[in-house]
Design a protein around this ligand. Structure first.
Ligand SMILES: [Zn+2]
Length: 343
């Protein structure tokens, strides 16, 4: 199942408004983080990602060239570029989020900004077997099912390269879903939180939902199905608040989740982290980063920069460059998401 165009439009509109709030331009969503709050959130995210990247790098996993899918403000890609000497791309559907990347990188003391690509995660504009490291945080749950995005991430990963994703939700069974709450709780929600009932009667994602952005959570069964091509992947599943976390290796058969973990997740929900090494035969050809780009319409590699546009030499499709962001969305969809770019 693919993400609908309506959900994609919702993503674009919502992120555009949210990023303005995060830049301190206006305040539309009182229950979402403010400009000041987002700085602290991003700082924490950079610190936790730093630890993850360090661990991966110590395990001799090459973090360059990389692709981040659903990069939003791109702080993790900026971290890789600035502190890990990696080169790569940060990709997101939201042009406004990508345009804010240099501002937030500077704010976080990160000197380098990665190459920025505005594109659809279900149609990655890259050649097969391109990257040593393809990763996503808090991204897959914005799709109806994670299959298509995972398939794309795996496709563009080089043989012997790695796919990593984290902070994706596992479904909580015990939830009445009476309403959607925001990031900042109102006074009643605060009381309900103290009574420990809030996570059982409401779900997070109020503002996103108004815009038609998907806020999904997937059962372990659906994760199992979505990861059937990811044999050998090491998978960590853990309950949201308390309870035993479990590590397992994906053999393609039913995951042997122990009863305690299964039970706590069904009560309180959980999270999943996956690290997968792509097997294969072919060593990655060392090429320039821009040589990895392909046309999202005809899927051919013949694309080239001409003045302030990218042109496909094969099908003649044209793609704009906006504030050094390459907008590599297939033209029909682009017209719906960004009608202003067509003028
Ligand atoms: Zn083309």
């Amino acid at each position: 199942m693919r993400q609908t165009q309506e959900a994609k439009i919702g993503e674009v509109l919502f992120r555009q408004k949210l990023v303005n709030q995060h830049l301190g331009k206006d305040r539309l969503f009182f229950h979402e983080s403010s400009a000041k709050q987002i700085r602290n959130i991003l700082k924490e995210r950079v610190a936790s990602s730093h630890k993850i990247f360090q661990d991966l790098s110590r395990s001799k996993i090459s973090l360059s060239p990389f692709l981040e899918v659903g990069a939003e403000k791109c702080q993790r890609s900026a971290l890789l570029a600035s502190k890990f000497n990696s080169t790569g791309f940060a990709l997101d559907l939201s042009l406004e989020s990508l345009k804010s990347a240099p501002f937030f990188a500077k704010n976080l003391g990160l000197k380098k900004v990665p190459n920025l690509i505005c594109a659809d995660a279900e149609n990655l504009p890259f050649e097969n077997n391109s990257f040593s490291f393809v990763f996503a945080f808090e991204t897959l749950h914005h799709f109806p099912t994670p299959q298509k995005v995972l398939q794309e991430m795996r496709r563009v990963t080089a043989d012997f390269g790695y796919v990593y994703f984290s902070e994706e939700p596992i479904k909580q069974d015990l939830n009445l879903k009476l309403w959607r709450r925001g990031y900042n709780l109102n006074s009643i929600e605060k009381i309900l939180k103290k009574m420990l009932v809030l996570p059982f009667i409401s779900k997070i994602g109020a503002a996103e939902n108004q815009f038609g952005v998907l806020e999904n959570e997937f059962s372990t069964k659906l994760w199992e199905k979505s990861l059937k091509d990811f044999i050998g992947a090491s998978i960590t599943i853990e309950p949201t608040f308390w309870g035993p976390k479990q590590k397992l290796i994906n053999t393609g058969k039913r995951w042997p989740i122990n009863l305690a973990t299964r039970l706590t997740i069904s009560i309180e929900g959980g999270g999943i982290t996956v690290l997968y090494k792509k097997s294969g035969t072919e060593q990655r050809k060392k090429t320039k980063l821009t040589d990895l780009l392909r046309c999202p319409l005809c899927k051919k590699l013949n694309i080239t920069r001409f003045k302030n546009k990218i042109i496909c030499k094969f099908c003649r499709a044209r793609y704009p460059i906006v504030n050094s962001v390459y907008v590599l969305i297939e033209p029909k969809l682009r017209k719906r998401l960004y009608p202003n770019l067509e003028k």
